[in-house]
Write a protein that binds this ligand. Structure first.
Ligand SMILES: NC(=O)C1=CN([C@@H]2O[C@H](COP(=O)(O)OP(=O)(O)OC[C@H]3O[C@@H](n4cnc5c(N)ncnc54)[C@H](O)[C@@H]3O)[C@@H](O)[C@H]2O)C=CC1
Ligand SMILES: N[C@@H](CC=O)C(=O)O
Length: 349
């Protein structure tokens, strides 16, 4: 049987959803995908670390009570020994799903670098390493004959990056524009129904859409990272966050929403990047009161949408879930499938 052994770095909403999928649908996945998935290491700030080379009992881990740690477990410690686990695990794929740090991407950049340097492929939903160190990490992956995959870093499990890179290959993409943050889109929709921004953010947190620090969602830095990723991946921009002007939805008031509705408009947080006349790329994040005739005006709740302006097809738009634990776990699964397609299974018994 072909198999991939997985190490989970960060065991929050998204990584837990992947573990639940493997626990609940593992046999079906093995049959459908042609390889088995086994978790052999977990490390998390709150739980500590656990390494079990012949497979972790996911049922037991998923049944842990709040406040429990891996102290006293066979192969477990209360301290999160991330670097040790990443370098020494028998896993062939490392899943990085710790907090996104929009300033320098750490410690996730170091986690990804350590994994790739020690010959493991990486899948991540963490936008920090991709936006702030993507070129370096892709180079290290290539040097080590492994893969660095990050479909979930933009629009959660909805296949945007792989779609543009693989399915639109041969087209020239001149611009990208979209709703790239599920939390802010959900919040704006709830504010249209009369809820306060604070209450709507609390709801988005409960639903697993928001960042650990939801300021990133509301003030636009989450979208700024996603715009950098799209601009670099699809427009070859070589940008970083300081190249992207940013304004989030914190300044959009209930009165602004009422006034826009009276004019037949809806506020949306729009991320965009386009090739400019001087051959460079201009990128921005800003709230815009869109006319209802704009296709992006009809995108509701945590749903996101990205429009690609292309030379041969004109505008191509992809829409789907932009946030959510299970939806984002699917992005990890799709990356694992891509790694398997490129490198094959690490273990063939
Ligand atoms: N939830 C969503 O809808 C989406 C999330 N993402 C990204 O995926 C990643 C994971 O998201 P969630 O699971 O929702 O976040 P979460 O906040 O539920 O979980 C993050 C986990 O990482 C752990 N952690 C943080 N720093 C750590 C460190 N230095 N060492 C070990 N563990 C550490 C935390 O204890 C927590 O359990 C984040 O980077 C987020 O930006 C991306 C797309 C969608
Ligand atoms: N907090 C983010 C999660 C996905 O990146 C969002 O709301 O879009």
């Amino acid at each position: 049987m072909n198999r991939h052994d997985i190490a989970l770095i960060g065991f929050g909403g998204v990584a837990r959803a992947l573990a639940e999928t493997i626990r609940d649908r593992g046999a079906d996945l093995t049959r459908e995908l042609g390889f088995e998935l086994r978790v052999v290491a977990i490390t998390d700030l709150r739980l500590g670390s656990l390494m079990v080379a012949d497979g972790i009992d996911l049922g037991a881990v998923l049944d842990m009570e709040p406040g429990d740690t891996f102290a006293g477990w066979h192969g477990g410690t209360a301290a999160p020994q991330n670097d040790y686990v990443i370098r020494n695990t028998t896993a062939d794929i490392v899943v990085e799903a710790t907090f996104t740090n929009p300033v320098d991407g750490e410690p996730a950049v170091s986690h990804v670098r350590a994994a790739l340097e020690s010959g493991k492929s990486v899948t991540t939903t963490n936008k920090g390493p991709v936006a702030l160190a993507g070129a370096e990490l892709n180079r290290i992956a290539e040097e080590n004959g492994v893969r660095f995959e990050y479909e979930g870093s933009v629009v959660s499990g909805t296949p945007v990056l792989r779609f543009a890179e693989k399915t639109l290959a041969g087209l020239r993409i001149n611009a990208v524009r979209g709703i790239l943050n599920g939390t802010s889109n959900y919040v704006l929709g709830q504010m249209e129904l009369g809820m306060t921004l604070e209450d709507a953010v609390a709801e988005a947190q409960g639903l697993g859409y928001a960042e650990a620090d939801p300021t990133a969602d509301i003030e636009g830095s989450d979208v700024q990272l996603k715009v950098v990723i799209l601009a670099n991946e699809l427009l070859g921009a070589g940008m970083t966050t300081t190249d992207v002007q940013r304004r989030g939805i914190a300044g959009v008031t209930a009165a602004d929403i009422v006034e826009a509705a009276a004019r037949g408009r809806r506020w949306k947080l729009i991320g965009s990047a386009f090739r400019n006349a001087s051959g460079g790329v201009t990128a921005a994040v800003e709230p815009v009161a869109l006319p209802l005739s704009d296709p992006l005006a009809g995108i509701n709740g945590p749903t996101n949408a990205v429009s690609f302006e292309t030379d041969m097809l004109g505008t191509v738009t992809v829409s789907g879930p932009g946030a959510g634990r299970v939806e984002t776990a699917f992005a990890l699964l799709s990356d694992i499938v891509a790694i398997d397609a490129q490198l094959g299974a690490a273990v063939t018994a």
